[in-house]
Ligand binder design. Structure first.
Ligand code: DAT
Ligand code: MG
Length: 241
């Protein structure tokens, strides 16, 4: 997705640069329009629908009032960058969260990049501080364990980066990338093996099966927060010979 945004923004930037010296404020608001339009287009691709009429109107009005009718072409350009034939079908999704220790230790980019480099696709992301009640819902299957209350206190103690990742086999292999629950037993090369030391501060959560993935995604995200799109890289990540 970031590549698409970059392409759309790059196109917008070069068009702005080549037009007759627009005021910086107008330029940045147009850029924002372009990004939002591309985002709206991408968000709608997976649902086979078009740009919402109200937004299209807003876009058109804004674009023409600034004298930049070309801005309306950006969603279409973003659309054309898609390869509609490649992996259009919905793939497996898992819920991954960087816990407060991982966020506070500045490990967000390290962890996100491991999923990204593997070839999985980010379809939802947000930073939230869950309440203790919410943490108890998330860990409901552990309520009989002696560490349950402390665990829920910890999860609700600060920002958590909640994400949904998509890809073939992502639930099981995501757990492999994460490593064993107790970092002292996690293999080197795994996230917990490389970046954590004790079980009480093991920095990351990942769904442990299709049912929990479904439940956890539904607990942390509203359906409209999940973005369906085709990444241009998919044709190089998937394939049979
Ligand atoms: P995982 O997070 O690998 O799915 P889990 O679901 O069994 O592991 O446990 C959830 C979290 O609870 C885990 O990430 C860290 C904490 N936890 C598990 N076992 C623990 C223990 N023996 N002592 C303290 N915390 C524990
Ligand atoms: Mg678990």
């Amino acid at each position: 997705m970031s590549k698409l945004f970059h392409s759309a923004c790059k196109a917008a930037r070069s068009l702005i640069a080549s037009s007759s010296a627009p005021a910086p404020r107008a330029a940045s608001s147009l850029l924002a329009d372009g990004r939002n339009a591309a985002l709206a287009t991408l968000a709608n691709l997976g649902r086979n629908s078009t740009l919402p009429a109200a937004y299209a109107h807003h876009l058109h009005t804004n674009a023409s009032s600034h004298g930049y009718a070309w801005i309306a072409a950006i969603p279409a350009a973003a659309y054309m960058l898609q390869d509609q034939d490649v992996h259009a079908a919905e793939m497996e999704r898992t819920f991954i969260a960087i816990k407060p220790d991982g966020v506070q230790r500045g490990l967000i980019s390290e962890i996100v990049s491991r999923f990204e480099r593997k070839g999985y696709k980010l379809v939802a992301i947000k930073l939230v501080v869950p309440s203790k009640q919410f943490a108890e819902k998330h860990y409901h299957d552990l309520k009989e364990r002696p560490f349950f209350s402390g665990l829920c206190d910890f999860l609700s103690s600060g920002p958590v980066l909640a994400m949904v990742w998509e890809g073939e086999g992502v639930i099981k292999y995501g757990r492999k990338l994460i490593g064993a629950t107790d970092p002292s037993k996690s293999e080197p090369g795994t996230i917990r093996g490389d970046l954590a030391v004790v079980v009480g501060r093991n920095i990351i959560h990942g769904s442990d099966g299709p049912e929990t993935a479904k439940d956890e995604i539904a607990l942390w995200f509203q359906p409209k927060e999940l973005v369906s799109y085709t990444s241009n890289e998919e044709k190089w990540i998937y394939g049979v010979n």
